[in-house]
Design a protein around this ligand. Structure first.
Ligand code: MV4
Length: 444
């Protein structure tokens, strides 16, 4: 592969350009008018303006991106995460233009994108799934019957949803009809698809996901877990590996299940199998993401693998060794967002007047911002990822506290104070947290 167009922006575009440069691959950045001064434009070998600020007219515009690839003669496109990274139509159109999409095939994206289908596929693969309906709920009466069979509380989910959208916890039968009607309307409005399925509700679950990588021969391997349970309104705030809740037996079982899932669909590239884990350490398939994830750096740090490099090598036909990888150290990532944690995490766009990033042994910063950069309000609020690595979890936490204290960003509010307080929170320090943790978190 000689030239890769990065169909993304911000820190992930910088991240991909970095690895391409190390591999001697030329890079093409695409940017909206709002990103004219963005760093990824400057670091790429070539840059093409693909439209005005709104994502729909730029980073989500398939014709604009394909045109940019054509005029620059790019032979690969890396979609990063978000935007078109899980868009089957985009994956197909790249293939039709003879451009290698560095991601999953259209079929895999479609299969894993429809949550009820993904679940049926995983059941067939022998991956543990939450007990529930066999596919979609046909009617309210069918929903009532299934709920009675599995027993309340139940979770009703939109098949076109994911990431918490179009989901309803139902604690008793009296609530079911209203939930059924409102969830379907919401799903129809949000996704143009009101298909719903139902599961037993897993109380106070942890969100533990397994990084997998599959090659073009259909072989897969895993690179262990990431604990992503600290979330606010389904937005991950911080992630760590290994999970403080993990045991060697559980890692073996979850890793095998994730590899089985990937091999069953002959998955190609880097992917993540998400699981719900209950307090008894039972684990259940939740979703499979067919893209590189925001939190991939913690896995890189503890396995010493460059996952973007692995994606590109696989896209060019390289076979994987098939060996699984366990964490050799402990890594934590804090997502630094331009949001004000003292005001309900509301967005805080604007100009960064001072920027000093932490450094030193075991400290990594993935960012595209700099002093003088103005954060546009058109895109998501993540401005940097602070990743620290230590021999032990305690050392990683100490290092994270020191790094956060060094991290200076002025001119806007950021979530740095939130992360700093989190690192002193007894339950967090004990590793004793679930997806419910943020419901009771208060800023001092
Ligand atoms: C669940 C669940 C409990 N029981 N399914 C949230 C988003 C999507 N990935 C699925 N999610 C959940 N599914 C059953 N049967 C609880 C959640 C959930 C959650 C899962 C992971 C991380 C954060 C979460 C926050 C709220 C609910």
């Amino acid at each position: 592969m000689k030239k890769i167009l990065i169909a993304n922006r911000g820190e992930i575009a910088m991240r991909i350009i970095r690895t391409c440069r190390e591999m001697g691959i030329k890079t093409v950045a695409v940017y909206s008018e709002a990103d004219r001064d963005s760093l990824h434009v400057r670091f790429a070998d070539e840059a093409v303006c693909i439209g005005p600020a709104p994502s729909k007219e730029s980073y989500l515009s398939i014709p604009a991106i394909i045109s940019a690839a054509e005029i620059t003669n790019a032979d690969g496109i890396h979609p990063g995460f978000g935007f078109l990274s899980e868009n089957a139509k985009f994956s197909r159109i790249c293939a039709e233009h003879g451009i290698k999409f560095i991601g999953a095939t259209p079929d895999q994206i479609n299969k894993m994108g429809d949550k009820a289908t993904a679940k049926e596929t995983m059941k067939a693969a022998g991956v543990p799934c939450v007990p529930g309906s066999d596919g979609l709920l046909e009617s309210y009466d069918h929903a009532k019957k299934i709920a009675k069979e599995i027993g309340y509380p139940v979770m009703m989910k939109a098949t076109a949803g994911g990431g918490g959208k179009g989901m309803r916890a139902i604690w008793k039968e009296e609530e079911l009809e209203k939930a059924w009607e409102s969830a379907r309307q919401e799903a129809a409005a949000a996704f143009g698809n009101d298909g719903m399925y139902m599961e037993k509700l897993i109380e106070e679950p942890r969100h533990i996901e397994i990084q997998v990588i599959g090659d073009q021969t259909g072989k897969a391997a895993h690179l262990s877990e990431r604990d992503c349970s600290v979330q606010r309104r389904h937005q991950k705030l911080t992630e760590e590996t290994p999970s403080p809740f993990m045991t060697p037996e559980l890692r073996q079982a979850m890793g095998d299940a994730a590899v089985k899932a990937a091999e069953y669909i002959a998955y190609e590239g880097a992917g993540t199998v998400e699981f719900l884990v209950d307090k008894h350490r039972n684990f259940y398939f939740m979703e499979m993401n067919t893209r590189i994830q925001v939190e991939h750096p913690i896995t890189e740090e503890v396995t010493d693998y460059d996952l973007i490099r692995e994606q590109i090598k696989i896209a060019t036909g390289t076979k994987i060794s098939g060996r699984n990888h366990e964490p050799k150290q402990h890594a934590i990532e804090c997502r630094i967002n331009a949001e004000d944690p003292y005001n309900n995490f509301r967005p805080s766009p604007g100009k960064i007047t001072a920027f000093h990033a932490p450094g030193g042994h075991g400290v990594r910063i993935d960012t595209h911002v700099y002093a003088g950069y103005t954060i546009p309000s058109n895109y998501d609020s993540m401005i940097a990822k602070l990743i620290v690595t230590g021999r032990t979890r305690q050392q990683a936490i100490e290092r994270m506290k020191r790094a956060l204290d060094e991290f200076i960003i002025e001119g806007i509010h950021t979530t740095i104070p939130f992360h700093r307080q989190l690192m002193d929170h007894p339950d967090y320090v004990e590793g004793n947290y679930t997806t419910k943790f943020m419901e009771t978190f208060e800023m001092n």
